[in-house]
Design a protein around this ligand. Structure first.
Ligand code: KG4
Ligand code: ZN
Length: 367
């Protein structure tokens, strides 16, 4: 019997969110609808370490994957027999985390005789912009900024992405997380820094903008910026204090919350947060403009956890206005990791791009 609707179950376990979504697509109009999107965050498990601990993440995925799948199907009112395909993010990400999602997806495909579709997590972050736009966005430049990645792509079609360049060390989100830890702010650091920055002076500290003025390279570098913040904060490190045993204890500036660290005055935190945030965002905006100029494309898509940053969104909107390019930002609920953006798999399915059941994960970036 001909059905005008295709229904897809998408699974996402690349890092520390266990997520599943049920998505329908109308084969005539192409209209995509999210029937359910469930995300089980692991932030609470990783907070005290100031970052994601891979082994904890993969074990938590094992515990959560089945309840999350059940919940997504329940919310959508869909039975496994109603599905037309299963999609899973297979790259890039943490190996142990990716494997949990892939094993779940393969099992459903084998037991219900369904096609398996592979999703690239970074391309999916950009596809969130296509979902929000409700109209064609390709070809365009895509900027993915997340905890693990800061990369620019030439997005030719929904199934053809070319990497233009990316970070040579830390990702933008990782820099937010590390600087937040130095300031004694909670994990994840991005939202905490953004909030502190609201009360701060963006010009108070002249942090470096690495590679920003090198027009020959589409690349980012954020690790030196983090070190500049660390050196600045050393100024507030108090003198060593003798402990009861007589040894000297120096309060530490530490990227590992939970250990003893220095309490900074709240205005220092706000000014450092604002100056740091501005430095990162200037680099992201500058290199996105360079990618537009190099490719001659006139549409910029931006996705990933850091795309939720309000200062980034405002700076990009101002540039789009003054430079006349079309800006498509991922909607806030689809910025951080989720499975709904796995709707990109519908495009692959349409193009006949299904995978054999011996499909493997690809933890590194696929070029
Ligand atoms: O895309 P995502 O959920 O996970 C990865 O694929 O890495 O991104 C998480 C990252 C974290 O580093 C977090 O600090 C950052 O996104 N983030 C933000 C904001 N919200 C989340 N960074 C800056 N400003 C925000 N508002
Ligand atoms: Zn992500």
């Amino acid at each position: 019997m001909f059905r005008s609707e295709s229904i897809l179950l998408a699974i996402e376990t690349t890092c520390d969110e266990t997520a599943a979504a049920v998505i329908s697509s109308n084969s005539i109009s192409g209209h995509i609808k999210i029937l359910a999107s469930v995300v089980a965050s692991q932030d609470d498990l990783h907070r005290r370490f100031g970052g994601v601990v891979p082994e904890i993440a993969s074990r938590a995925h094992v515990e959560r994957i089945l309840p999350v799948l059940d919940e997504a199907l329940h919310q959508a009112g869909i039975a496994l027999d109603d599905l037309d395909a299963v999609a899973v993010a297979t790259s890039p990400g943490l190996a142990g985390s990716l494997l949990v999602g892939l094993v779940a997806a393969k099992t459903l495909c084998v037991t219900h005789n369904l096609p398996l579709v592979a999703v690239d997590h970074l391309h999916a972050h950009l596809y969130a912009c296509r979902m929000a736009a409700g109209e064609e966005i390709f070809p365009c430049v895509g900027l993915v900024v997340s905890g693990g990645h800061s990369h620019l792509f030439r997005c030719k079609t929904p199934t053809d992405f070319e990497l233009l360049g990316g970070t040579i060390d830390d990702a933008a989100g990782e820099a937010f997380d590390k600087v937040a830890a130095l300031l004694g702010l909670p994990y994840p650091g991005g939202p905490a820094i953004a909030k502190a920055a609201e009360q701060g002076d963006r010009t108070k500290y002249a942090f470096p903008r690495p590679l920003l003025h090198d027009a020959t390279r589409i690349a980012f570098s954020f690790s030196g910026l983090k070190t500049a913040v660390r050196y600045l904060l050393e100024k507030w490190r108090p003198e060593p204090v003798p402990s009861e045993s007589g040894s000297q204890q120096t309060p530490r500036l530490d990227e590992h919350p939970g250990e003893q660290h220095v309490q900074f005055p709240s205005q220092v935190i706000a000014d450092v947060a604002a100056s740091f945030e501005s430095a990162v965002i200037d680099c992201l905006v500058g290199k996105a403009e360079l990618a537009l100029a190099r490719t001659g494309l006139t549409t910029l898509c931006v996705g990933g956890g850091v795309a939720a940053n309000q200062w980034l969104r405002e700076q990009l909107a101002a540039k789009a206005e003054s430079h006349g390019f079309r800006l498509l930002l991922a909607p806030m609920p689809l910025c951080t990791d989720n499975a709904a953006m796995g709707a990109i798999a519908m495009e692959r399915l349409k193009a006949g791009l299904v995978e054999p059941l011996d499909l493997d994960i690809r933890p590194g970036l696929v070029r």
